[in-house]
Write a protein that binds this ligand. Structure first.
Ligand code: GDP
Ligand code: MG
Length: 163
């Protein structure tokens, strides 16, 4: 069985864009409207042909649903709980939000291994964007610009050494 990696994060941070880049598909719905991906959505990342893994895109955790109890949040939580590794995706332009902190706390409680992915660092200084998330204390955190395929090789390497 192939290892499973889940994309988790609040809506609109670029999870589906990253899913499409990693799976080289256009399957995931990318939309400006938050919360477009409601179900779990699976694809295979074969960017390293010798080490394929299954990638799961999820709807965002908005933090609005009481106790993360909404259907979308349940899907995201279920995906994270069955994953070998979670990619916790955040928006480097907006910086850390209260919802990100809630997701971080939940991920820590879940005990799942995770990496912090700081997306949308195009047009901003990646180091400065990362520094904003330093308080999360997550090592490593990886700056990417999914829409521009930037930082993907480094992200892939960080994923593969953990699978
Ligand atoms: P999701 O809700 O987390 O799945 O986010 P989406 O993948 O649907 O993307 C939400 C919005 O962010 C879309 O308008 C994307 O085009 C945009 N986006 C995604 N990645 C990047 C990026 O690297 N840079 C910028 N500037 N925008 C991005
Ligand atoms: Mg999405």
């Amino acid at each position: 069985m192939l290892p499973l990696v889940a994309l988790v994060g609040r809506p609109n941070v670029g999870k589906s864009t990253l899913f499409n880049v990693l799976t080289r598909s256009r399957d995931a719905l990318v939309h400006d409207e938050p919360g477009v991906t409601r179900d779990r959505h699976y694809g295979i990342c074969r960017l390293d042909e010798s080490r394929p893994f299954v990638l799961c895109d999820t709807g965002g955790l908005s933090g609005e649903e009481e106790g993360l109890a909404g259907a979308t949040a349940r899907q995201a939580r279920a995906a994270a709980e069955e994953a070998d590794l979670v990619l916790f995706v955040t928006d480097g332009r907006e910086g850390p939000s209260a919802v990100d902190e809630a997701i971080l706390a939940w991920l820590r409680r879940s005990g799942r291994p995770f990496l912090l992915v700081v997306n949308k660092v195009d047009g901003i200084e990646p180091g400065a964007a990362l520094a904003e998330f330093a308080g999360f204390g997550v090592e490593p955190s990886l700056p990417v610009a999914a829409a521009h395929r930037r930082g993907i090789d480094e992200l892939l390497a960080a994923v593969l050494i953990r699978l």
